[in-house]
Every structure is written in structure tokens, then in C-alpha cells.
Design a protein around this ligand. Structure first.
Ligand SMILES: *Cc1c(COP(=O)(O)O)cnc(C)c1O
Length: 428
């Protein structure tokens, strides 16, 4: 089950050096997440530029990096947000997002979440046909509704299986989408959209092109069978990033070009108006521009050599959960030969707690700072408190080279804050 995360060769570049990392460490302690404002802004700007030929809008998937300071950077650069829970909506509201700047793409949605989404006038993306009646009772049916489609079976690109929608809990069948259109129209909906998310972390440039075709063929069926025109398609997330030094990055301009061409072709064939295009990228926007910085606090030499960090899987779960590769740089030793083979671990009482397994690295000393790359999406946000481990600080490296603490580290008081138990008043 667990894939081996061996070293993938060449070094990956970082947006900061050891000196900066030490300066931040002396201000906020370790471990911490460091985000690159410039990198995030450039990723969003490139995406928008790549899709300039279409009526395009990115709604950043809040779950990838739910920090209001990051959301504010994205808002100022023209993005909306994609929320899927009550607290994500509250954060969006606090950042000043309203109405059509919020996409609410939830599933198994509690009543109060729909009510809050409607009170913010967010765009509602319905996961299921039964949610029509539920939404009607909890917030009411808006004039614009997006519907989430699940085509079932396997999702293939040029014959290769890329995902298994038939096993996914999301979205509606083709028949349910058609029926939903009729019901929603009867309830006064005027503007319709179609959404689907069929594969995750896709490298290669063809995922969205293929997905556009899936959604537009369905739009054509909807037009024929119900007379309803689909005004926008929501291609959602799923564009991947090169975690491994050997991975080829997605060419977002190529993606924009092929999506535009595909939409033009199918709309001409099916006699459909060209729809607006929406996206809910998370990983692509912040993933490469966030790094977990930790310090080596122990070394041990048994059947393998271990390097123990002050961060653990509770700070970054992806390697433990998915066996994901995250590149590791020993700060200040970027150019040293990789003469050692280490398992790089955290301190959870759980053997999955390894950031790297049998990774070739330069010799590490206790006290070295270690950078774990590509942790800017689904990193901090998947954190948890197992073994009483605390969440780290988050720091933004700003465009002008200064840094700002954008979330302080948790303290034991935070950990105990939800108890009301005599003797549990822990004082530092
Ligand atoms: C997680 C998620 C996204 C973002 O996915 P990425 O892989 O980070 O691009 C977008 N939309 C929905 C509905 C999601 O659940």
C-alpha cells in the first residue's frame, strides 16, 4: 500500500535560503509553514492570462490553504473562493467575499451551511438531486444554480484511466442532472451551470480539455431534452504540480489554449453558446509556494538511519496518508553531496510518521533546518492534534522580502480550550 518515497534526483529550487529561514525561526520558533506571496500571485496571474480568451474566473479552493491573509492576497489579485463548509464561508465573509465571488461546492451539506451560503448570496453548486428540496427549506432556491455531474465508470484520457467517478460519492447521474434541470426551472432558476471533478493532481495538459468535452456534451443533451441553456461550466480543481524534481510541470497556457479550442469546436458542433468557464483550483495556486520548515532535533542509528524533526505528520499528513513524495532540502547544504540515506520522521507514536523513506540526503546534524517542499496546499489544513501535537505557525514571505506571521502556533492552552475539567488549567 505504502509507496516508497525514494529520492528523485536533482535539487528543487526554494524561494528562500537558510539565513531567512533562521531569522524567521528565531521570531516564531520551529516548525513553521512559510508561504511565498510572489509565487502565489504569479500562479494566479498566469492562470488568468492563460484563459483570457474566455469569460473565466478562478474560485480558489479554500480547503487547500485556509488562511485569511492568503485569501486576501488572492482576492486583491482578482480571485473568488470555493467554500464547502460553514467555517470556510465565515472566513470568506471575513475577507470580504460576497455573492458571485463565492462558489459553495459542498456535499453532505448541513442545513445551517446552506442557510449561511444563501445569506451571503453565494453561487450554489448542488451535489445531489435531493438537495434541491433541502435547499428550498434551508435558505431557498436562488436564481443561479450549478449542478455537480458524476459520469460514473472510469474517467479516461486517450484510453488511459485517470480516475474512477463510478466509485466517487460526488455529484449526480446524467438522468438526475436532466431531472434537476426541469425541477429547478420550475422553481424559478434562470441561470444554470455544470460542474465536475473527475481526477486529482493531474500532470499533463489534457485533463481540463477532456473534462470540458464531457460537460459540454451533457450541456447539449440538456438543451435538446429540456430547452435549458448551460451558461457556465465549472472545471473545478485537479491541475497537478510537480512534487518530484523529475515531474514535468503543467503548461497552463497550453491548457488554456486547448480548452478554448475544444469549447469553440463543441459549441459549434452542438449549436451551443460559448459558456463562461469557472475553476476551483487549490493545489495549483498555492501548492508549490508553501514549505514546511522544521528542525532536526534527534538522530538515531538502528537498522536504518533516522533523522527526527520537530514537525510530524500532524503538521503535514500527505506522506503518511497517501505515501506522497515531498522533496526535502537541508537548508545551507543545497550543494553538498547526498552521501547519506535517511528515513526523515516526526515524533508521533505511529510508524507512518515519515516525511521520507530511504531518501538520499547530505549528512544532517542536529540543529539543521529542513525544508519540506510543496506543502502550500492540503498541507497545514489537513493537520490534526494526534498525540497532543500542536499546529505550527504560518508565515507569509511578502513580495518586498519582509515576512509576516499570519497565524501563530497553537499553545497547550489552545489544545485544552475545549475542556472544562477541574485541574486541566494548564499554565505555561
Ligand atoms: C478539493 C477541491 C478542489 C481543489 O482541488 P485541487 O486538487 O486542490 O485543485 C476544488 N473543488 C472541490 C469541490 C474540491 O473538493
Amino acid at each position: 500500500m505504502k509507496t516508497d518515497v525514494k529520492d528523485c534526483g536533482s535539487e528543487k529550487k526554494l524561494f528562500f535560503n537558510r539565513e531567512t529561514a533562521e531569522k524567521i525561526a528565531s521570531a516564531v520558533g520551529t516548525p513553521y509553514y512559510l508561504y511565498d506571496e510572489k509565487g502565489i500571485k504569479n500562479a494566479l496571474a498566469g492562470l488568468r492570462e492563460a484563459f483570457r480568451g474566455l469569460d473565466f474566473k478562478e474560485y480558489f479552493a479554500v480547503k487547500a490553504c485556509p488562511n485569511p491573509y492568503i485569501l486576501k492576497v488572492l482576492k486583491d489579485a482578482g480571485a473568488g473562493v470555493d467554500c464547502s463548509s460553514y467555517t470556510e464561508l465565515l472566513m470568506a465573509k471575513a475577507c470580504g467575499f460576497r455573492g458571485a465571488d463565492i462558489m459553495f461546492s459542498s456535499n453532505v451539506t448541513p442545513a445551517e451551511d446552506f442557510e449561511l451560503a444563501r445569506s451571503l448570496d453565494a453561487l450554489i453548486n448542488l451535489d445531489d438531486i435531493t438537495h434541491i428540496e433541502f435547499l428550498e427549506q434551508h435558505g431557498g432556491i436562488p436564481e443561479t444554480v450549478c449542478m455537480r455531474y458524476n459520469p460514473g465508470g472510469d474517467f479516461t484520457i486517450s484510453g488511459a484511466i485517470m480516475g474512477a467517478p463510478g466509485e466517487a460519492k460526488y455529484g449526480m447521474t446524467r438522468e438526475q442532472i436532466l431531472e434537476s434541470c426541469r425541477i429547478l426551472k420550475g422553481k424559478g432558476v434562470k441561470t444554470f451551470g455544470l460542474h465536475s471533478f473527475l481526477a486529482s493532481n493531474m500532470l499533463g495538459n489534457r485533463y481540463w480539455e477532456t473534462l470540458s468535452e464531457v460537460l459540454l456534451r451533457l450541456a447539449a443533451d440538456i438543451k435538446r431534452e429540456t430547452g435549458i441553456t448551460i451558461s457556465f461550466i465549472n472545471l473545478s480543481g485537479g491541475i497537478g504540480i510537480p512534487y518530484k524534481p523529475t515531474d514535468k510541470p503543467v503548461d497552463i497556457f497550453k491548457v488554456g489554449e486547448t480548452v478554448e479550442k475544444k469549447i469553440g469546436k463543441i459549441c459549434a458542433e452542438e449549436d451551443l453558446p460559448v459558456p463562461a468557464v469557472k475553476a476551483e483550483l487549490g493545489r495549483y495556486i498555492t501548492g508549490p509556494y508553501g514549505v514546511l520548515v522544521a528542525r532536526c532535533i534527534h538522530k538515531k542509528d538502528i537498522y536504518r538511519e533516522y533523522v527526527g524533526l520537530d514537525a510530524c505528520a500532524a503538521n503535514l499528513m500527505r506522506p503518511a496518508m497517501y505515501g506522497s513524495y515531498h522533496h526535502i532540502t537541508v537548508l545551507g547544504k543545497e550543494n553538498e553531496p547526498k552521501t547519506k540515506v535517511y528515513d526523515v520522521t516526526g515524533g508521533l507514536c505511529e510508524n507512518n510518521d515519515k516525511f521520507a523513506i530511504e531518501r538520499s540526503l547530505p549528512e544532517i546534524e542536529i540543529g539543521d533546518l529542513i525544508a519540506i517542499h510543496d506543502a502550500g496546499a492540503h498541507g497545514f489544513s489537513m493537520g490534526y492534534n494526534y498525540n497532543g501535537k500542536l499546529r505550527s505557525a504560518e508565515v507569509l514571505l511578502k513580495e518586498d522580502g519582509t515576512f509576516k506571521l499570519i497565524r501563530r502556533a497553537e499553545t497547550p492552552e489552545d489544545y485544552f480550550a475545549t475542556f472544562d475539567f477541574p485541574g486541566a488549567e494548564i499554565k505555561l
